[in-house]
Design a protein around this ligand. Structure first.
Ligand code: KG4
Ligand code: ZN
Length: 337
């Protein structure tokens, strides 16, 4: 079969990213222009600023991606774009850009769900998702345990009832005076501390749902109360205590899902899968039950367009293209968030 080259666009949050992906598994070139430093000044992503910056940067990112890949649009078979979930204004910039390129260059358009993108990041770099698999999706907006039956045939087994794990990392980071995005900074600080603070265990139950807002609030209250009393907080210990409890809860729920569904394969996806402690703890559980574990390379864990190109490939093969009003989305719309 002829090789398939997909130009993929991701702009759902604060990264303007484009990539050219060959056959759904080989990233020819990935460009990620992050707005992180700008949003760090505000302690989190400001949606209005994010969409304005995407608008300023899309053309440059497109030029850079084609140039570095040493390719022209003539060699591209389809244009793929993240259509949901994400910040509305940010998504619109990527979607409009994809529609324009597809229209002008006469290429089919593929609409990709962002979470599907994180999942299919596991197909990049000679990896291959083996179905059926158990999936853990952990990002700034999502925390889900999913059963992956087949390509785009996914069932959500459990999800967070309140905050996403990445959101909890970011909010706890803010109260510890760490810069946005908080995840990597908490991870770094936690390495210098120990899990000494007694914090509430999120959900002491046997369901596959999760909850992080109680843990987050207890830390915010603790810092507030201790500061009021003039007591010093051991920030490294608190970061470590938070991370240990949050990750241990995720791991405990994954183990419950493993016992219930007996999978042979496990994938971890989403920005928080860049976390080394999480990677290590999930790996231990997988070892215990003799399960193959797949986690994307760090570069493909946080938001990037290569994962969108990877997720678009099965849709390309099936001929599932979106109409220019994006009404033609069927399988691409795998989650109803
Ligand atoms: O997938 P992603 O890039 O964007 C969303 O789709 O949300 O995930 C971003 C989230 C942020 O909350 C960030 O703090 C978190 O992933 N994150 C981490 C790490 N790297 C990124 N959380 C914990 N440890 C990390 N090393
Ligand atoms: Zn994401």
């Amino acid at each position: 079969m002829k090789d398939v080259y997909i130009l993929a666009i991701e702009s759902s949050c604060d990264e303007t990213s484009m990539a050219i992906v060959k056959n759904g598994n080989e990233c020819i070139h990935l460009t990620v222009l992050t707005q992180m430093d700008t949003h760090a000044n505000f302690g989190g992503v400001v949606p209005e600023i994010a969409s304005r910056m995407h608008t300023e940067n899309v053309t440059m990112v497109l030029e850079e991606t084609l140039k570095k890949a040493n390719m022209t649009m003539d060699q591209i078979d389809a244009v793929a774009v993240t259509y949901s979930p994400g910040l509305m204004g940010s998504l619109i910039v990527g979607v409009e850009c994809a529609k324009t390129i597809a229209y002008v260059c006469n290429k089919p358009l593929i609409a990709v769900n962002h979470i599907a993108g994180h999942i299919y990041a596991n197909n990049l770099e000679d990896n291959n998702i083996v179905f059926p698999s158990l999936g853990l999706v952990v990002s700034g907006g999502h925390t889900e345990i999913i059963y992956l039956e087949d390509d785009y045939n996914f069932k959500i087994l459990g999800s967070t009832l309140d905050d996403a794990i990445g959101e909890a990392y970011d909010k706890v980071a803010r109260v510890l005076d760490l810069k946005y995005p908080g995840g990597p900074n908490i991870e770094k600080l936690a390495k210098e501390g120990q899990s000494t603070y007694k914090l509430p265990i999120p959900m002491n139950d046997e369901s596959l749902n999760l909850s992080f807002s109680g843990l987050k609030s207890s830390i915010i209250n603790l810092v507030h109360n201790e500061t009021q009393r003039g007591n010093e907080i051991n920030r490294a210990d608190l970061a470590c205590s938070f991370q240990t409890i949050a990750v241990d809860e995720l791991t405990r729920k994954v183990e419950l899902a493993i016992k219930k569904y007996n999978p042979k394969n496990m994938i971890v996806a989403g920005g928080v899968s860049a976390n080394t402690y999480l990677r290590e703890e999930i790996a231990k559980v997988c070892d215990k039950y003799n399960i193959n574990l797949s986690i994307p390379k760090m570069l493909y864990c946080t938001d990037n367009a290569a994962m969108i190109g990877a997720a678009a490939y099965p849709l390309f093969k099936r001929g599932e293209f979106a109409s220019f009003d994006l009404n033609g989305i069927s399988t691409g719309n795998i989650f109803k968030f």
